[in-house]
Design a protein around this ligand. Structure first.
Ligand code: TNX
Length: 512
């Protein structure tokens, strides 16, 4: 593959940020990932029992149902979701917009005591995150999908106050190099949102496959979607599939960010339609793993209409506020043509009511804010984007790329930038590469799938590293310490086991 310029990699540890709140290591009986802003426990425990209801405020019914769905199979308890204030035997989910506005749109308070369990938040999203924390305060077996007997379903008495550091807490799944069906993506959403991530970027198109139905250009999916790396069958999402994924993600407060990669990484489209090629013939399908060699025929008479149709349909199918136009590694597109094309997408995406997102290379184009640029390799390129007013999503490849091998023994993955051990994925900060805290909207951990063909492959590379990226995105920067994280992650491993996550049992961690 490529041999990127390591010299341009930033000094990742130099970044600093004004201390906000200090995150203490939680008391020994808790092993929360991500770490909350503040937590104290005291003697005593609440127990889920036959009388326990999920007592919700109007507007919190969905969050209550999600919690009940997790807790019912293992505990065997009825846990009815009712609209009520909540009694001492209940888990109450309360909305209080006015009182708790200071917690921000995703923060929550969690009180466990003699009066029962109460999660209080200004928004349903905050309640959802409080519920993810509550799950981690119960015995790990609560995550099993089958009835577990002989376990007391207790939660230690505690007071927590919590709110995320960053608004953009993302993961990316490349469904183009290998296709992953709806159920697999939903599983990915479950695990990501359990670790308090809130964006799933879907890399929907690349040289090897086109994964979303476009009614105006149906062969994109039916022809362009019929290949993937190797000789697998590929696949694509129908509009109904997209609607299902959107609803599933929304119910877990995850915004899907669709990417149509332009003007490079487009061979699947060129293979579906002759009119997108100068010779009028469909390009040969491609199932290898080289990058940087394909380009849209930007002067072609059909190309602008193709781009407009695709972006309009994708913008309509994915109701979230973001549209990712790719822009990476367009080495087969002349630089001036690249800059003019990407600049033209600025107003086009804005007219669709979306915020443009692009890889760091889009800083070469005259884009106007608001837009977001995704840092993956080059300090200079991301600085150019920042100087044009981009908000930065930090995805530094050596630290945040989930497709990097952990070590030489990892059976799948990449090593073109070296290895990314669990410790290395722990030791980075999104404010890096000469950026200031005010430039960075958050982080995203991408999983490219040239070598990743199954859900088992996905989970081996994503976990436990993605749990840590969730923590880097959520928790205060202070209070980080590898030695205590190792211990906390080891205990968190029992939860990943109960969730049947096929994570990498790295020798860096003393797993139970
Ligand atoms: C570079 S990172 C790419 C992808 C590859 C990846 C392999 C980026 C924006 N583009 O096309 O899949 O390297 O790790």
């Amino acid at each position: 593959m490529r041999a990127p310029l390591l010299a341009s990699l930033p000094l990742l540890f130099a970044a600093c940020r004004a201390p906000d709140e200090v995150a203490p290591t939680p008391p020994a009986e808790l092993a929360l990932v991500p770490l909350p802003v503040s937590v104290t426990t005291r003697p005593g425990a609440f127990a889920l029992g036959a009388a326990t209801r999920i007592a919700v405020a109007p507007g919190a019914e969905g969050v209550g149902e999600r919690l009940a769905e997790v807790l019912r199979p293992s505990t065997g308890l009825a846990l009815p979701v009712v609209t009520a204030a909540g009694a001492a035997t209940d888990v109450a989910l309360r909305l209080d917009a006015a009182e708790l506005a200071a917690l921000g749109p995703e923060g929550y308070l969690l009180e466990v005591g003699e009066a029962g369990v109460a999660v209080t938040a200004p928004t349903p999203a905050g309640l959802f995150y409080g519920c993810q924390t509550l799950r981690q305060m119960l015995p790990a077996e609560v995550e099993r999908r089958a009835l577990v007997s002989g376990v007391a379903w207790t939660v230690p008495y505690a007071s927590l106050r919590d709110t995320p550091r960053f608004a953009w807490r993302g993961a990316m799944l490349d469904v183009a190099r290998h296709f992953f069906g709806v159920a697999n993506v939903e599983r990915f959403v479950d695990l990501a949102s359990y670790h308090k991530l809130n964006r799933l970027h879907l890399h929907l198109t690349d040289d090897q496959g086109w994964r979303v139905q476009i009614d105006a250009w149906p062969a994109l999916a039916t022809v362009g979607g019929a290949t993937e790396v190797g000789d697998g069958p590929g696949g694509y999402y129908t509009k109904a599939d997209v609607a299902e994924l959107v609803a599933y993600a929304e119910a877990r407060f995850v915004t899907l960010v669709p990417e149509i990669d332009l003007p490079g990484h487009v061979n699947a489209a060129l293979s579906a339609y002759g009119e997108l090629n100068p010779d009028g013939q469909p390009a040969a399908p491609y199932t290898g793993t080289d990058v940087g060699w394909s380009s849209l025929w930007l002067d072609g008479p059909a190309t602008a209409g193709f781009v407009a149709d695709v972006l309009a349909e994708v913008a309509a199918a994915f109701p979230g506020p973001f549209l990712h136009i790719g822009g990476d590694e367009a080495e087969a597109t002349p630089a001036a043509a690249y800059a003019a094309f990407v600049a033209s997408l600025g107003p086009e995406v804005a007219a669709l009511g979306k915020t443009l997102v692009g890889w760091e290379e889009v800083g070469a184009a005259e884009l106007a804010p608001p837009f977001l640029a995704q840092f993956w390799l080059s300090d200079a390129k991301i600085a150019a984007a920042r100087d044009r007013g981009a908000g930065v999503i930090a995805s530094p490849a050596p630290y945040a790329y989930l497709d990097m091998k952990y070590d030489a023994a990892t059976p799948i993955g990449q090593s073109y930038l070296g290895f990314t051990s669990v410790q290395k994925a722990y030791e980075w900060d999104p404010v890096l590469g000469g950026l200031g805290a005010e430039d960075v909207v958050g982080l995203e951990a991408p999983l490219w799938t040239e070598t990743v063909a199954s859900l088992a492959d996905v989970e081996l590379l994503a976990y436990p590293r993605l749990a840590r990226h969730g923590e880097i995105a959520w928790s205060p920067r202070e209070g980080r310490d590898w030695e205590t994280y190792r211990v906390r992650l080891a205990r968190h491993g029992a939860r990943l086991d109960a969730l049947e996550v096929g994570y990498h049992r790295s020798a860096e961690i003393d797993w139970p």
